[in-house]
Design a protein around this ligand. Sequence first.
Ligand code: GAL
Length: 463
Amino acid sequence: MKKFPTNFWWGAATSGPQSEGRFAKKHANMFDYWYEIEPEAFYNQVGPDTASNFYNSFREDIALMKKVGLNSVRTSIQWSRLIDDLEANTVNPAAVDFYNQVIDCFIENGIRPIITLHHFDLPVELYHKYGGWESRHVVDLFVGFAEQAFRLFGDRVKDWTTHNEPMVVVDGEYLYQFHYPNLVDGKKAVQVAYNLNLASAKAIAKYRALGLDKDGGRIGIVLNLTPTYAASESAADQEAARFAELWNNKMFLEPAIHGHFPAELEDVLRRDNVIWQTAEEDKEIFKRNTVDFLGVNFYHPNRVKAPDIAPNSVGDWLPTRYFDDYQMPGRRMNIDKGWEIYPKAVYDIAINIRDNYKNIPGYISENGMGVSREERFLDESGQIQDDYRIDFIKEHLEWLHKGIEEGSNCFGYHLWTPIDCWSWTNAYRNRYGFISNDIHTQIKTIKKSGQWFKTVTTQNGLS
Ligand code: GAL
Protein backbone atom coordinates (compact mmCIF):
# COMPACT_ATOMS: atom_id res chain seq x y z
CA MET A 1 0.00 0.00 0.00
CA LYS A 2 1.32 3.44 -0.96
CA LYS A 3 0.08 5.73 1.82
CA PHE A 4 -0.27 9.48 1.38
CA PRO A 5 0.27 12.18 4.04
CA THR A 6 -2.49 12.62 6.63
CA ASN A 7 -5.20 15.11 5.69
CA PHE A 8 -4.30 14.67 2.03
CA TRP A 9 -6.74 16.45 -0.27
CA TRP A 10 -8.49 13.86 -2.39
CA GLY A 11 -10.71 15.82 -4.66
CA ALA A 12 -11.68 17.23 -7.99
CA ALA A 13 -11.92 20.60 -9.70
CA THR A 14 -14.46 22.43 -11.79
CA SER A 15 -15.29 26.08 -12.40
CA GLY A 16 -18.33 28.34 -12.25
CA PRO A 17 -18.55 29.03 -16.01
CA GLN A 18 -18.18 25.32 -16.83
CA SER A 19 -20.70 23.91 -14.36
CA GLU A 20 -23.27 26.47 -13.22
CA GLY A 21 -24.98 27.50 -16.44
CA ARG A 22 -25.88 31.09 -17.22
CA PHE A 23 -29.10 31.03 -15.15
CA ALA A 24 -29.91 34.34 -13.48
CA LYS A 25 -26.55 35.82 -14.38
CA LYS A 26 -26.51 39.53 -15.09
CA HIS A 27 -23.31 39.87 -17.12
CA ALA A 28 -21.86 37.85 -19.97
CA ASN A 29 -18.29 36.63 -19.61
CA MET A 30 -15.90 36.24 -22.56
CA PHE A 31 -17.22 32.79 -23.44
CA ASP A 32 -20.91 33.61 -22.94
CA TYR A 33 -20.46 36.43 -25.42
CA TRP A 34 -18.40 34.48 -27.92
CA TYR A 35 -21.10 31.83 -28.01
CA GLU A 36 -23.73 34.52 -28.62
CA ILE A 37 -21.92 35.87 -31.66
CA GLU A 38 -20.36 32.68 -33.03
CA PRO A 39 -22.06 29.48 -31.85
CA GLU A 40 -20.47 27.49 -34.66
CA ALA A 41 -17.09 27.90 -32.98
CA PHE A 42 -18.30 25.45 -30.32
CA TYR A 43 -18.45 21.69 -30.68
CA ASN A 44 -21.97 20.71 -31.82
CA GLN A 45 -22.89 24.33 -31.13
CA VAL A 46 -23.27 23.58 -27.44
CA GLY A 47 -22.61 26.68 -25.37
CA PRO A 48 -22.31 27.51 -21.65
CA ASP A 49 -26.01 28.27 -21.10
CA THR A 50 -26.83 25.08 -19.19
CA ALA A 51 -23.34 23.62 -18.60
CA SER A 52 -23.93 20.87 -16.02
CA ASN A 53 -26.83 22.72 -14.41
CA PHE A 54 -25.00 23.18 -11.10
CA TYR A 55 -26.94 26.39 -10.47
CA ASN A 56 -30.10 24.33 -10.08
CA SER A 57 -28.79 20.94 -8.98
CA PHE A 58 -25.86 21.77 -6.72
CA ARG A 59 -27.35 19.89 -3.74
CA GLU A 60 -27.73 16.64 -5.67
CA ASP A 61 -24.37 17.17 -7.39
CA ILE A 62 -22.54 17.71 -4.12
CA ALA A 63 -24.22 14.62 -2.66
CA LEU A 64 -22.76 12.63 -5.57
CA MET A 65 -19.32 14.14 -4.99
CA LYS A 66 -19.55 13.01 -1.39
CA LYS A 67 -20.42 9.49 -2.55
CA VAL A 68 -17.21 9.44 -4.58
CA GLY A 69 -15.33 10.21 -1.38
CA LEU A 70 -14.07 13.69 -2.27
CA ASN A 71 -12.87 15.58 0.79
CA SER A 72 -12.15 18.80 -1.14
CA VAL A 73 -13.45 20.41 -4.32
CA ARG A 74 -12.30 23.49 -6.19
CA THR A 75 -14.73 25.62 -8.12
CA SER A 76 -14.85 29.32 -8.95
CA ILE A 77 -17.01 32.30 -8.19
CA GLN A 78 -18.04 34.04 -11.39
CA TRP A 79 -17.20 37.73 -11.40
CA SER A 80 -19.98 38.11 -14.00
CA ARG A 81 -22.46 36.66 -11.49
CA LEU A 82 -21.36 38.08 -8.14
CA ILE A 83 -20.95 41.69 -9.18
CA ASP A 84 -23.90 43.84 -10.24
CA ASP A 85 -22.22 47.12 -11.05
CA LEU A 86 -18.80 46.33 -12.49
CA GLU A 87 -17.39 49.79 -11.78
CA ALA A 88 -18.81 50.34 -8.30
CA ASN A 89 -18.36 46.67 -7.34
CA THR A 90 -21.78 46.29 -5.78
CA VAL A 91 -22.91 42.70 -5.27
CA ASN A 92 -25.89 40.85 -6.68
CA PRO A 93 -28.05 39.56 -3.77
CA ALA A 94 -29.22 36.41 -5.61
CA ALA A 95 -25.60 35.52 -6.41
CA VAL A 96 -24.54 36.05 -2.79
CA ASP A 97 -27.34 33.77 -1.75
CA PHE A 98 -26.38 31.13 -4.30
CA TYR A 99 -22.69 31.04 -3.41
CA ASN A 100 -23.51 31.03 0.31
CA GLN A 101 -25.71 27.99 -0.16
CA VAL A 102 -23.10 26.22 -2.30
CA ILE A 103 -20.31 26.84 0.21
CA ASP A 104 -22.46 25.77 3.15
CA CYS A 105 -23.59 22.67 1.29
CA PHE A 106 -19.99 21.63 0.59
CA ILE A 107 -19.07 22.08 4.23
CA GLU A 108 -22.15 20.19 5.50
CA ASN A 109 -21.07 17.29 3.28
CA GLY A 110 -17.56 17.26 4.71
CA ILE A 111 -16.04 18.72 1.53
CA ARG A 112 -13.54 21.54 1.82
CA PRO A 113 -14.34 24.25 -0.75
CA ILE A 114 -11.38 25.79 -2.56
CA ILE A 115 -12.41 28.90 -4.45
CA THR A 116 -10.85 30.43 -7.55
CA LEU A 117 -11.62 34.01 -8.50
CA HIS A 118 -10.77 34.03 -12.19
CA HIS A 119 -11.12 31.02 -14.46
CA PHE A 120 -10.99 32.50 -18.02
CA ASP A 121 -14.25 34.36 -17.29
CA LEU A 122 -13.64 38.08 -17.42
CA PRO A 123 -16.92 40.03 -17.83
CA VAL A 124 -16.89 40.82 -21.55
CA GLU A 125 -17.94 44.45 -21.01
CA LEU A 126 -14.55 45.04 -19.43
CA TYR A 127 -12.87 43.77 -22.54
CA HIS A 128 -14.97 45.90 -24.86
CA LYS A 129 -14.57 49.01 -22.74
CA TYR A 130 -10.95 48.74 -21.62
CA GLY A 131 -9.25 45.89 -23.47
CA GLY A 132 -9.71 43.56 -20.49
CA TRP A 133 -6.44 42.43 -18.95
CA GLU A 134 -4.53 44.87 -21.15
CA SER A 135 -5.71 47.54 -18.74
CA ARG A 136 -4.55 48.38 -15.23
CA HIS A 137 -7.98 49.72 -14.46
CA VAL A 138 -9.37 46.21 -14.98
CA VAL A 139 -6.73 44.90 -12.59
CA ASP A 140 -8.12 47.22 -9.93
CA LEU A 141 -11.72 46.26 -10.70
CA PHE A 142 -10.71 42.61 -10.26
CA VAL A 143 -9.26 43.41 -6.85
CA GLY A 144 -12.57 45.06 -5.94
CA PHE A 145 -14.45 41.92 -6.94
CA ALA A 146 -11.97 39.78 -5.00
CA GLU A 147 -12.47 41.94 -1.93
CA GLN A 148 -16.23 41.39 -2.07
CA ALA A 149 -15.73 37.64 -2.35
CA PHE A 150 -13.24 37.60 0.55
CA ARG A 151 -15.56 39.64 2.79
CA LEU A 152 -18.64 37.60 1.96
CA PHE A 153 -17.23 34.08 2.07
CA GLY A 154 -13.82 34.30 3.77
CA ASP A 155 -15.26 33.19 7.11
CA ARG A 156 -15.88 29.69 5.65
CA VAL A 157 -13.61 29.47 2.61
CA LYS A 158 -10.06 29.04 3.90
CA ASP A 159 -8.28 28.32 0.60
CA TRP A 160 -8.44 30.80 -2.24
CA THR A 161 -6.72 30.94 -5.59
CA THR A 162 -6.52 34.14 -7.60
CA HIS A 163 -6.30 32.80 -11.17
CA ASN A 164 -6.68 29.47 -12.85
CA GLU A 165 -4.04 28.98 -15.57
CA PRO A 166 -3.48 32.67 -16.36
CA MET A 167 -1.06 31.59 -19.11
CA VAL A 168 -4.01 30.14 -21.01
CA VAL A 169 -5.55 33.61 -21.18
CA VAL A 170 -2.30 34.90 -22.71
CA ASP A 171 -2.09 31.99 -25.13
CA GLY A 172 -5.77 31.69 -26.02
CA GLU A 173 -6.75 35.34 -26.31
CA TYR A 174 -3.54 36.90 -27.62
CA LEU A 175 -1.43 34.30 -29.41
CA TYR A 176 -2.96 31.06 -30.61
CA GLN A 177 -6.60 32.00 -31.14
CA PHE A 178 -8.56 29.61 -28.98
CA HIS A 179 -10.28 32.14 -26.71
CA TYR A 180 -12.23 35.25 -27.72
CA PRO A 181 -11.09 37.78 -29.01
CA ASN A 182 -8.65 35.47 -30.82
CA LEU A 183 -5.94 38.04 -31.41
CA VAL A 184 -2.39 37.38 -32.54
CA ASP A 185 -0.43 40.12 -30.84
CA GLY A 186 2.79 39.37 -29.02
CA LYS A 187 3.22 42.81 -27.51
CA LYS A 188 -0.25 42.79 -26.00
CA ALA A 189 0.32 39.22 -24.81
CA VAL A 190 3.34 40.45 -22.85
CA GLN A 191 1.36 43.25 -21.19
CA VAL A 192 -1.51 40.92 -20.34
CA ALA A 193 0.89 38.45 -18.72
CA TYR A 194 2.23 41.27 -16.59
CA ASN A 195 -1.18 42.58 -15.61
CA LEU A 196 -2.46 39.13 -14.68
CA ASN A 197 0.53 38.72 -12.39
CA LEU A 198 -0.14 42.14 -10.92
CA ALA A 199 -3.83 41.32 -10.38
CA SER A 200 -2.85 38.21 -8.46
CA ALA A 201 -0.36 40.05 -6.24
CA LYS A 202 -2.81 42.87 -5.56
CA ALA A 203 -5.62 40.46 -4.69
CA ILE A 204 -3.25 38.71 -2.29
CA ALA A 205 -2.41 42.07 -0.74
CA LYS A 206 -6.11 42.75 -0.27
CA TYR A 207 -6.67 39.34 1.33
CA ARG A 208 -3.97 40.00 3.87
CA ALA A 209 -5.10 43.58 4.47
CA LEU A 210 -8.46 42.12 5.53
CA GLY A 211 -6.59 39.94 8.04
CA LEU A 212 -8.03 36.73 6.65
CA ASP A 213 -4.62 35.06 6.63
CA LYS A 214 -4.57 35.46 10.42
CA ASP A 215 -7.74 33.44 10.66
CA GLY A 216 -6.34 30.21 9.19
CA GLY A 217 -6.88 31.34 5.61
CA ARG A 218 -4.47 30.88 2.71
CA ILE A 219 -4.27 32.29 -0.77
CA GLY A 220 -2.47 30.91 -3.79
CA ILE A 221 -2.57 30.59 -7.55
CA VAL A 222 -3.22 27.72 -9.97
CA LEU A 223 -0.69 27.43 -12.79
CA ASN A 224 -0.50 24.99 -15.67
CA LEU A 225 3.05 23.80 -15.33
CA THR A 226 3.87 21.56 -18.21
CA PRO A 227 7.59 20.94 -17.82
CA THR A 228 9.64 21.77 -20.88
CA TYR A 229 11.61 18.90 -22.39
CA ALA A 230 14.11 19.68 -25.15
CA ALA A 231 14.09 17.54 -28.29
CA SER A 232 17.81 16.87 -27.97
CA GLU A 233 21.01 17.82 -26.20
CA SER A 234 22.02 20.14 -29.04
CA ALA A 235 22.78 23.70 -27.99
CA ALA A 236 20.01 25.04 -30.23
CA ASP A 237 17.32 22.76 -28.77
CA GLN A 238 18.52 23.48 -25.24
CA GLU A 239 18.34 27.20 -25.90
CA ALA A 240 14.80 26.81 -27.27
CA ALA A 241 13.78 24.89 -24.15
CA ARG A 242 15.33 27.53 -21.92
CA PHE A 243 13.24 30.29 -23.46
CA ALA A 244 10.08 28.17 -23.57
CA GLU A 245 10.51 27.46 -19.87
CA LEU A 246 10.95 31.17 -19.12
CA TRP A 247 7.93 32.14 -21.17
CA ASN A 248 5.50 29.31 -20.39
CA ASN A 249 6.33 28.63 -16.76
CA LYS A 250 8.64 31.07 -15.06
CA MET A 251 6.76 34.17 -16.21
CA PHE A 252 4.07 33.29 -13.63
CA LEU A 253 5.91 30.96 -11.28
CA GLU A 254 8.73 33.34 -10.34
CA PRO A 255 6.57 36.35 -9.43
CA ALA A 256 4.14 34.08 -7.56
CA ILE A 257 6.85 32.45 -5.45
CA HIS A 258 9.94 34.66 -5.58
CA GLY A 259 8.22 38.00 -5.94
CA HIS A 260 9.87 39.17 -9.16
CA PHE A 261 10.09 38.34 -12.86
CA PRO A 262 13.05 36.36 -14.19
CA ALA A 263 15.73 38.85 -15.21
CA GLU A 264 16.63 36.77 -18.27
CA LEU A 265 13.09 37.02 -19.58
CA GLU A 266 12.97 40.75 -19.03
CA ASP A 267 16.29 41.09 -20.88
CA VAL A 268 14.95 39.31 -23.94
CA LEU A 269 11.69 41.29 -23.95
CA ARG A 270 13.59 44.56 -23.55
CA ARG A 271 16.03 43.69 -26.32
CA ASP A 272 13.10 42.81 -28.60
CA ASN A 273 11.29 46.02 -27.73
CA VAL A 274 8.18 44.37 -26.35
CA ILE A 275 8.81 44.81 -22.63
CA TRP A 276 5.75 45.47 -20.47
CA GLN A 277 4.81 48.81 -19.00
CA THR A 278 5.09 48.98 -15.25
CA ALA A 279 4.45 51.48 -12.49
CA GLU A 280 6.91 52.54 -9.83
CA GLU A 281 5.12 50.81 -6.97
CA ASP A 282 4.73 47.40 -8.68
CA LYS A 283 8.11 45.97 -7.66
CA GLU A 284 7.22 46.33 -4.01
CA ILE A 285 3.74 44.86 -4.56
CA PHE A 286 5.22 41.76 -6.20
CA LYS A 287 7.88 41.43 -3.53
CA ARG A 288 5.47 41.56 -0.62
CA ASN A 289 2.65 39.47 -2.04
CA THR A 290 3.85 36.04 -2.98
CA VAL A 291 1.53 33.05 -2.61
CA ASP A 292 0.92 30.83 0.42
CA PHE A 293 0.52 27.74 -1.73
CA LEU A 294 0.60 26.63 -5.33
CA GLY A 295 -1.90 24.64 -7.38
CA VAL A 296 -0.39 22.81 -10.34
CA ASN A 297 -2.50 21.73 -13.30
CA PHE A 298 -0.79 19.05 -15.28
CA TYR A 299 -2.12 17.31 -18.37
CA HIS A 300 0.74 16.84 -20.80
CA PRO A 301 4.45 17.62 -21.12
CA ASN A 302 5.71 20.38 -23.36
CA ARG A 303 8.40 19.25 -25.80
CA VAL A 304 10.22 21.84 -27.82
CA LYS A 305 12.93 22.17 -30.43
CA ALA A 306 14.83 25.01 -32.01
CA PRO A 307 12.64 26.97 -34.44
CA ASP A 308 12.94 26.17 -38.14
CA ILE A 309 13.00 29.86 -39.03
CA ALA A 310 15.76 32.09 -37.63
CA PRO A 311 14.32 34.47 -34.96
CA ASN A 312 15.23 37.78 -36.60
CA SER A 313 13.78 36.85 -39.96
CA VAL A 314 10.27 36.83 -38.50
CA GLY A 315 8.09 39.95 -38.76
CA ASP A 316 5.87 40.73 -35.77
CA TRP A 317 7.14 39.61 -32.40
CA LEU A 318 5.78 36.32 -31.13
CA PRO A 319 7.35 34.16 -28.41
CA THR A 320 7.44 31.24 -30.84
CA ARG A 321 10.29 32.90 -32.71
CA TYR A 322 12.43 31.16 -30.07
CA PHE A 323 10.94 27.67 -30.00
CA ASP A 324 8.81 25.21 -31.95
CA ASP A 325 6.66 22.38 -30.66
CA TYR A 326 8.32 19.03 -30.94
CA GLN A 327 6.26 15.91 -31.58
CA MET A 328 8.43 13.21 -30.13
CA PRO A 329 8.31 10.02 -32.21
CA GLY A 330 6.77 7.11 -30.32
CA ARG A 331 5.21 9.27 -27.67
CA ARG A 332 2.26 7.83 -25.79
CA MET A 333 -0.94 9.57 -26.75
CA ASN A 334 -4.48 10.14 -25.58
CA ILE A 335 -5.77 10.31 -29.13
CA ASP A 336 -9.20 11.69 -28.20
CA LYS A 337 -7.83 14.87 -26.73
CA GLY A 338 -4.60 14.86 -28.73
CA TRP A 339 -2.39 15.15 -25.67
CA GLU A 340 0.70 13.16 -24.79
CA ILE A 341 0.50 11.04 -21.63
CA TYR A 342 3.64 11.31 -19.53
CA PRO A 343 3.00 10.63 -15.82
CA LYS A 344 6.63 11.03 -14.76
CA ALA A 345 6.29 14.78 -15.33
CA VAL A 346 4.36 14.98 -12.06
CA TYR A 347 7.48 13.82 -10.25
CA ASP A 348 9.66 16.24 -12.21
CA ILE A 349 7.35 19.10 -11.22
CA ALA A 350 7.39 18.07 -7.55
CA ILE A 351 11.19 17.98 -7.50
CA ASN A 352 11.51 21.27 -9.36
CA ILE A 353 9.24 22.97 -6.81
CA ARG A 354 11.15 21.31 -3.97
CA ASP A 355 14.54 22.46 -5.21
CA ASN A 356 13.89 25.79 -6.93
CA TYR A 357 10.71 27.17 -5.42
CA LYS A 358 11.26 26.97 -1.65
CA ASN A 359 9.42 23.66 -1.53
CA ILE A 360 6.29 25.73 -1.14
CA PRO A 361 3.20 23.74 -0.11
CA GLY A 362 1.33 22.70 -3.21
CA TYR A 363 -1.06 20.25 -4.74
CA ILE A 364 -2.03 18.87 -8.10
CA SER A 365 -5.05 21.07 -8.72
CA GLU A 366 -5.99 19.46 -12.06
CA ASN A 367 -5.00 16.31 -13.83
CA GLY A 368 -7.18 14.18 -16.00
CA MET A 369 -8.03 12.41 -19.16
CA GLY A 370 -10.53 13.71 -21.71
CA VAL A 371 -12.22 10.88 -23.58
CA SER A 372 -14.87 11.24 -26.26
CA ARG A 373 -17.99 9.10 -26.74
CA GLU A 374 -17.70 7.45 -23.36
CA GLU A 375 -21.07 5.76 -23.89
CA ARG A 376 -18.94 3.22 -25.78
CA PHE A 377 -17.94 1.93 -22.38
CA LEU A 378 -21.37 1.59 -20.76
CA ASP A 379 -22.07 -1.79 -19.16
CA GLU A 380 -25.50 -3.45 -18.76
CA SER A 381 -26.11 -1.66 -15.49
CA GLY A 382 -25.63 1.70 -17.22
CA GLN A 383 -22.25 2.49 -15.67
CA ILE A 384 -19.27 3.73 -17.68
CA GLN A 385 -16.37 1.32 -17.29
CA ASP A 386 -13.53 3.83 -17.55
CA ASP A 387 -10.61 1.61 -16.60
CA TYR A 388 -8.34 3.77 -18.76
CA ARG A 389 -9.05 6.68 -16.39
CA ILE A 390 -8.29 4.57 -13.33
CA ASP A 391 -4.95 3.55 -14.86
CA PHE A 392 -4.21 7.15 -15.82
CA ILE A 393 -4.85 8.45 -12.28
CA LYS A 394 -2.95 5.59 -10.69
CA GLU A 395 0.15 6.16 -12.75
CA HIS A 396 0.18 9.87 -11.97
CA LEU A 397 -0.38 9.19 -8.27
CA GLU A 398 2.49 6.73 -8.19
CA TRP A 399 4.90 9.35 -9.49
CA LEU A 400 3.45 11.92 -7.13
CA HIS A 401 3.95 9.52 -4.24
CA LYS A 402 7.60 9.11 -5.18
CA GLY A 403 7.97 12.91 -5.19
CA ILE A 404 6.43 13.11 -1.72
CA GLU A 405 8.70 10.34 -0.44
CA GLU A 406 11.64 12.41 -1.66
CA GLY A 407 10.51 15.44 0.28
CA SER A 408 8.07 17.31 -1.94
CA ASN A 409 5.61 19.35 0.11
CA CYS A 410 2.55 18.14 -1.76
CA PHE A 411 -0.75 18.02 0.10
CA GLY A 412 -3.31 16.88 -2.44
CA TYR A 413 -4.50 15.58 -5.76
CA HIS A 414 -7.55 16.83 -7.66
CA LEU A 415 -8.91 15.30 -10.79
CA TRP A 416 -10.41 17.44 -13.49
CA THR A 417 -13.41 17.05 -12.90
CA PRO A 418 -16.05 15.76 -10.44
CA ILE A 419 -18.99 15.72 -12.89
CA ASP A 420 -18.59 15.86 -16.69
CA CYS A 421 -18.77 19.55 -17.45
CA TRP A 422 -18.61 22.02 -20.31
CA SER A 423 -15.13 22.46 -21.75
CA TRP A 424 -14.95 25.79 -23.62
CA THR A 425 -14.98 25.41 -27.41
CA ASN A 426 -14.79 21.64 -27.03
CA ALA A 427 -18.08 21.86 -25.13
CA TYR A 428 -18.99 18.27 -24.21
CA ARG A 429 -16.81 16.51 -26.76
CA ASN A 430 -14.39 15.02 -24.24
CA ARG A 431 -15.48 13.83 -20.81
CA TYR A 432 -13.24 13.98 -17.76
CA GLY A 433 -15.41 13.30 -14.72
CA PHE A 434 -15.77 10.69 -12.00
CA ILE A 435 -19.47 11.14 -12.68
CA SER A 436 -21.06 11.14 -16.12
CA ASN A 437 -23.68 13.60 -17.26
CA ASP A 438 -26.31 13.01 -19.91
CA ILE A 439 -26.53 16.54 -21.27
CA HIS A 440 -30.04 16.02 -22.62
CA THR A 441 -31.55 14.85 -19.35
CA GLN A 442 -28.92 16.07 -16.86
CA ILE A 443 -28.99 12.61 -15.29
CA LYS A 444 -25.70 12.02 -13.49
CA THR A 445 -24.20 8.60 -12.82
CA ILE A 446 -21.04 7.58 -10.98
CA LYS A 447 -18.47 5.94 -13.30
CA LYS A 448 -16.30 3.01 -12.35
CA SER A 449 -13.44 5.45 -11.69
CA GLY A 450 -15.62 7.25 -9.15
CA GLN A 451 -16.26 4.04 -7.29
CA TRP A 452 -12.58 3.19 -7.38
CA PHE A 453 -11.58 6.64 -6.13
CA LYS A 454 -13.79 6.20 -3.08
CA THR A 455 -11.60 3.27 -1.97
CA VAL A 456 -8.45 5.34 -2.56
CA THR A 457 -9.70 8.22 -0.43
CA THR A 458 -10.99 5.89 2.29
CA GLN A 459 -7.67 4.11 2.66
CA ASN A 460 -5.69 7.30 1.98
CA GLY A 461 -3.53 5.40 -0.42
CA LEU A 462 -3.07 3.16 -3.42
CA SER A 463 -3.03 -0.58 -3.06
C1 GAL B 1 -7.75 23.06 -18.19
C2 GAL B 1 -8.72 24.10 -17.66
C3 GAL B 1 -10.05 23.57 -17.29
C4 GAL B 1 -10.54 22.43 -18.19
C5 GAL B 1 -9.42 21.46 -18.49
C6 GAL B 1 -9.79 20.31 -19.39
O1 GAL B 1 -6.74 23.65 -18.91
O2 GAL B 1 -8.21 24.71 -16.49
O3 GAL B 1 -10.93 24.63 -17.24
O4 GAL B 1 -11.15 22.91 -19.32
O5 GAL B 1 -8.33 22.14 -19.05
O6 GAL B 1 -10.09 20.71 -20.69
